[in-house]
Design a protein around this ligand. Structure first.
Ligand code: KMH
Ligand code: ZN
Length: 274
């Protein structure tokens, strides 16, 4: 039985800068090319943040339109907009671009320490973002950084605000949130409601180990500069595609093939591409 693997490329982020990672894409054509290469390497979901040409993070609608169009002009990767933005942004600012109706948008289910900062997602903000996601017919991806967010997912399911099928993303290893360990990942994977699917993203040097475990456990994976800038210790990655190539190699050794776009859309219960 085939068990196609979804690979998400999170190639932009909001916190990494060019001084840390010179290959970080910032302009629409750079983003388009980077996501095309990731798609050709086996990625089927493109997680998108906005950046101004000087590298500062933005959730501006026109920036998202330009990034999204530059990607769509080059490849059919599923476009997923961030509603997390960068720490400190207002909720309204974070959801400004959702009226462009991307295939998917993220929804973080709680507040967490985020390094030295706080990534704020109080319940009213969560409800507002979810309502906006629903208003535009977008598929949410639930971002889970720690146990509290998993408990919030349970509560939203109990209240009927969320229901299967929905896709989860376990972001493990953020300083201040849940650790990127196999134990955490196995526990979170078991907690996913029946009929739902999940991805795991390991932060920093845990990216590849978490990806390998997620592949073995039957989940899906996220890689990219947003989560990790080094290919291996002391060596900067020269592209996001290199991360995708590596997880695809690992998956094939374990007997899983990267999903086609058609398979990915079916797994995520998205309408078939036009
Ligand atoms: N930049 C982080 C503070 C998301 O994209 O939905 C939040 C984030 C989550 O990246
Ligand atoms: Zn993000």
């Amino acid at each position: 039985m085939t068990d196609p693997l979804l690979v998400t490329v999170a190639g932009i982020g909001a916190e990494v800068d060019r001084a840390q990672q010179p290959r970080l894409p910032l302009l629409p054509d750079e983003v388009g090319e980077e996501y095309r290469r990731a798609y050709e390497a086996g990625a089927t979901i493109g997680h998108i943040h906005g950046r101004r040409p000087d590298g500062t993070p933005t959730q501006d609608r026109e920036t998202f339109r330009a990034f999204s169009d530059a990607i769509a002009a080059r490849c059919p990767i599923i476009r997923q907009f961030s509603t997390g933005g960068a720490v400190g942004m207002s909720v309204e600012e974070r959801i400004e671009a959702l009226d462009l109706r991307p295939d998917m948008a993220t929804l973080t289910l709680g507040t967490t320490n985020f390094g030295d900062e706080i990534f704020e997602n109080a319940m009213p903000a969560i409800r507002l973002i979810l309502a906006r996601i629903r208003q535009f017919g977008i598929a949410p991806e639930l971002e889970i950084f720690d146990d509290g967010m998993l408990a919030t997912a349970d509560r939203l399911f109990e209240k009927g605000l969320l229901s299967a099928p929905v896709h989860f993303d376990f972001v493990l290893g953020v300083p201040g949130a849940a650790a990127a360990t196999g134990e955490t990942l196995a526990r979170y994977a078991r907690a996913v409601p029946a009929g739902c699917t999940w991805t795991a993203a390991g932060i920093g040097r845990r990216q590849t180990a978490i990806a390998a475990m997620a592949i073995a456990l039957g989940g899906h994976v996220r890689v990219g500069f947003e989560d990790n800038i080094f290919y291996r210790k002391g060596e900067l990655a020269d592209s996001n595609a290199r991360f995708v190539e590596r997880v695809v190699r690992i998956a094939r050794e374990i007997g899983r093939e990267p999903a086609t776009i058609g398979e990915a859309r079916a797994i995520l219960n998205l309408p078939a591409a036009a």
